[in-house]
Ligand binder design. Structure first.
Ligand code: ASP
Ligand code: MG
Length: 420
C-alpha cells in the first residue's frame, strides 16, 4: 500500500534537518512512499517580501534575493562537499528562474506574480532534499507537483480540480513508487494554461492530503516539531498534553476553531477516503505521535484550548434603536460574505448583534462603510478568543481568571470566551 510523508519548513530549515529527513527515510520509510516537502525554514516569507519589493519596483530586491540565495547555498555546501555534484547546477538554474521573473515588468495581477515567484521556494527545497536523499543511498525521483495538482486560476488560493488531479496522480505515480521513493513539493499547483498557483499559506499539508487521496494511500504522516497533536499551543501554555488518538471529526473541529497544527483543508479528503493521518515528531521519529482516524477512543478527551489573538468584538445595532430582526441579519450576513469576513463567534440580543472576527483595519473600515446606512457600531480591539472543546467549569475559571470577559458562550461540547 502507498503511503505519504510530509515534511514542513521547520523540519528542513538547515543542513541538519535535511540529514534528519534522510535518516527518517532510511529507518522508517515504508515500501511505496511519496514525500511532500515545503520550502526551507522561513523561505516563503522571504519570497513574499521579495515579491512585494518587485511589484513596488524597489531596488532592495537585489539584497533580498541575495539573502535567499545565500541561505540555500549554505545548506547545499554543508550537505554536498563535492562541488561538482549536480545540485550546484540544478540550484543555480532554479535561481535563474527567479532572475527571469525579476527582469520582467510585473503582471498587473499581484496574486499571479506572487504564485509564479513564491512557488519557487518549494522547488528549491525539494531539489536539495531529493539530491541529498539520493546521495544517502536511497533511490528517489523528484516530481514536479504541478504535473499532478491541477487548479483553477484563483491565484494564491488555487481551487483543486479533484477529478483531473486524481486521474493524473493515479495514472503514473503508483508505478513510480513500485521502484523508488518520490519527492515532490507541497503548496503548489498548476492551471490549465500551465501557470503556477499556490494553495494558500501553510498549504503543504493540504497538498500531501491531495496526493494521499489520489493514491488512495494507507496513511499520511505529517512530521512536525511537536510530539503530536497537543491540547494547547505549547508556545502559550506550559502543561500541554498530547492526544494518542483523535477522530477526524474532532480534528476538524479543532482546526475550525483555529488550532494550527494541521492545515484545516487537510482532514476532509483523508476522511472521505478513510486514510489515517499520523502527526509525529521529526526529532523523535520512534515516538507514536497522534493517530487521527474514523474511530478514536472517545473516553478521555482532554479539554482542548485554542487561542486566537488579535480579535475585534463588534456590536452592531440599528440606528433607529429597533430590534434586530431576521431582515437585518440577512443584510448583515450578506455583507460579511461579500467582504469575505469570517465570523469566529457571534451572539444576538434584542438590540444588538455581536461578532468576533480577526482584526484587519482595512476590512473593518469596509464593513463600517458598507453598513453605514442603518447600522451603528461599538467595538473593542486587541482581544483574544479562547475556545475550549470538552470544557469543564474549572477550565473556564482557570482561563478567565484575572481577565476581563467580554463575551461567553457555551454549547454542549464547546465554550468560547472573548477576553482581554
Ligand atoms: N511554504 C509554504 C508556507 O510557508 C507552504 C507550507 O509551508 O505549508 O506557507
Ligand atoms: Mg511552512
Amino acid at each position: 500500500m502507498n503511503q505519504v510523508f510530509k515534511f514542513g519548513g521547520a523540519s528542513v530549515k538547515d543542513a541538519a534537518g535535511v540529514r534528519n529527513l534522510a535518516e527518517i527515510l532510511k529507518k522508517y520509510a515504508p515500501k511505496n512512499l511519496l514525500v511532500v516537502v515545503s520550502a526551507m525554514g522561513k523561505t516563503t516569507n522571504a519570497l513574499e517580501e521579495l515579491n512585494e519589493a518587485y511589484i513596488a519596483g524597489e531596488s532592495r530586491i537585489t539584497v533580498l534575493f541575495e539573502a535567499i540565495k545565500a541561505y540555500h547555498w549554505v545548506i547545499v555546501t554543508e550537505l554536498f562537499p563535492d562541488s561538482k555534484h549536480p545540485i550546484y547546477d540544478d540550484l543555480a538554474n532554479t535561481f535563474v528562474e527567479i532572475d527571469w521573473i525579476l527582469e520582467e515588468t510585473p503582471h498587473p495581477d499581484a496574486d499571479f506574480n506572487y504564485d509564479q515567484l513564491v512557488s519557487i521556494g518549494e522547488v528549491l527545497s525539494t531539489k536539495i532534499v531529493a539530491h541529498f536523499v539520493q546521495l544517502s543511498g536511497i533511490s528517489c525521483k523528484w516530481l514536479d507537483a504541478r504535473s499532478y495538482i491541477q487548479t483553477d486560476n484563483t491565484y494564491r488560493e488555487g481551487q483543486v480540480d479533484w477529478e483531473k488531479t486524481t486521474q493524473l496522480i493515479k495514472e503514473s505515480i503508483p508505478n513510480i513508487l513500485k521502484t523508488e521513493i518520490a519527492i515532490t513539493q507541497g503548496f503548489i499547483g498548476n492551471t490549465s494554461e500551465n501557470f503556477t498557483t499556490t494553495l494558500g499559506r501553510e498549504g503543504s499539508d493540504f497538498s500531501a492530503a491531495i496526493f494521499a487521496y489520489g493514491l488512495q494511500a494507507e496513511s499520511l504522516t505529517i512530521w512536525k516539531d511537536v510530539p503530536g497533536v497537543l491540547n494547547a499551543d505549547p508556545k502559550l501554555f506550559t502543561d500541554t498534553q498530547k492526544y494518542e488518538q483523535l477522530s477526524y471529526a474532532e480534528a476538524l473541529e479543532m482546526t475550525y476553531y483555529g488550532a494550527t497544527v494541521i492545515h484545516p483543508k487537510t482532514i476532509k479528503p483523508l476522511q472521505n477516503a478513510g486514510i489515517a493521518l499520523l502527526v509525529k515528531p521529526f526529532y523523535a521519529p520512534e515516538e507514536a505521535g497522534t493517530l487521527i482516524s474514523e474511530k478514536a477512543d472517545k473516553q478521555h478527551l482532554i479539554p482542548a484550548i485554542i487561542v486566537k489573538k488579535n480579535q475585534i468584538l463588534i456590536s452592531i445595532s440599528t440606528t433607529d434603536f429597533s430590534f434586530i430582526t431576521e431582515n437585518h441579519l440577512s443584510e448583515l450576513f450578506a455583507t460579511f460574505a461579500h467582504l469575505h469576513i469570517k465570523l469566529n463567534t457571534m451572539q444576538i440580543s434584542a438590540l444588538s448583534f455581536s461578532v468576533c472576527i480577526d482584526y484587519d483595519a482595512k476590512r473593518f473600515q469596509k464593513l463600517q462603510a458598507a453598513l453605514a446606512n442603518g447600522f451603528k457600531f461599538k467595538y473593542n480591539e486587541a482581544l483574544e478568543l479562547i475556545t475550549i472543546r470538552h470544557f469543564t467549569p474549572e477550565k473556564i475559571d482557570e482561563l478567565s481568571a484575572g481577565r476581563k470577559v467580554y463575551m461567553e458562550q457555551l454549547s454542549r461540547n464547546t465554550a468560547q470566551l472573548v477576553v482581554q
